[in-house]
Design a protein around this ligand. Structure first.
Ligand code: UTP
Length: 300
């Protein structure tokens, strides 16, 4: 078991999925590049990692990796044009994403599942605990979750996953955790995990959401993990192995999240994220809210 006291500094962002729920938009563009108001979803995720103190970011990319790499790189032509125009505000917006973090990339090749995507990070991560943030899962910046997970991992060792209570009828859409309470209200011990269970077999209504802080022992387990549900190597299956054998990589804890979260890979949630974040923006919000109010009253 790795009981490291080194501060966690590496974040892995899997962004190599096919994004089939969003076709045709994702035919030639990764779903993580779809804009939420005026920033691609992935930029919110990288900002979240940096805010939690993780500025070394490894992105696991797939067949359409170019737009992701370009977004976090400099764009000299655009910067030059905006400098010539004296447009400081837009210049700052362009430079924001390239100055954010130290970015690294690894190619997944075939999208063989989230567990396989995480395994692609092993050479970069080495033997330290690390965070995983799903590139299509957006956690509202006002409801910090990752820093709390890092804190729990540093205190207890092992791995930490993020859980959210969902309507029991919806649990078949998520990984589901069997849990025991701890002395802390928002922390549970995870005793088992099952990927997308039938509601009748679900041990709880605690759904796994897209933030993890993992012990590097997960890599050894993933190497042994056979393809599971959907023929994919499931991270949930590897976490189930860790949860049921704490001597492999320490305990698995869950932080129960009660804040705002959007699955931007789902069309309905994507639309809700845009409307909510646009309403709350200082620059766009007042006018957009006014329009929305009249739209709802007059047209719905
Ligand atoms: P999803 O389960 O949302 O799958 O992946 P998907 O293929 O991206 O999207 P749909 O269901 O076809 O619309 C969850 C996360 O895991 C990543 C995805 O990019 C997403 O962030 N992932 C999934 C990989 O990086 N590689 C994979 O092989 C599978």
């Amino acid at each position: 078991m790795t009981q490291s006291r080194t501060r966690i500094s590496k974040a892995v962002i899997p962004a190599a999925g096919l994004g089939t729920r969003f076709l045709p938009a994702t035919k030639a563009t990764p779903k993580e590049m779809l804009p939420v108001v005026d920033k691609p979803a992935i930029q919110y995720v990288v900002e979240e990692a940096v805010t939690a103190g993780l500025s070394d970011v490894l992105m696991v990319t797939g067949r359409n990796k170019r737009p992701l790499e370009d977004h976090f790189d400099r764009n000299y032509e655009l910067e030059e044009a905006l400098t010539r125009k004296g447009d400081e505000t837009r210049l700052a917006r362009v430079q924001e994403s390239s100055d954010l973090a130290t970015m690294h990339y690894v190619r997944q090749g075939d999208p063989r599942g989230l567990g396989h995507a995480v395994l692609c990070a092993a050479p970069h991560v080495g033997d330290q605990p690390f965070a995983v943030l799903l590139g299509d899962d957006l956690i509202d910046a006002r409801d910090p979750l990752l820093a709390r997970m890092v804190d729990i991992q540093e205190r207890h060792g092992g791995s930490v996953i993020a859980l959210m209570e969902v309507d029991p009828a919806q649990i078949h859409l998520y990984g589901c955790a069997a849990v025991k309470p701890t002395v802390e209200d928002d922390v549970v011990q995870v005793t088992g995990l099952i990927e997308k269970p039938d509601p009748a077999d679900a041990p709880s209504n605690y759904a796994v959401i897209g933030r993890y802080v993992l012990d590097p022992a997960v890599f050894g387990v993933l190497r042994e993990t056979e393809p599971g549900r959907g023929g994919e190597i499931q991270l949930t299956d590897a976490l189930q192995a860790l949860a049921s054998s704490p001597d492999l990589g320490g305990p698995v804890h869950g932080v129960v999240f009660k804040g705002r979260r959007y699955d931007t890979g789902d069309r309905g949630d994507y639309l809700r994220a845009i409307v909510r974040l646009a309403c709350e923006r200082e620059d766009l919000g007042p006018e957009f809210r006014e329009w929305l109010r009249s739209y709802v009253t007059e047209e719905m």
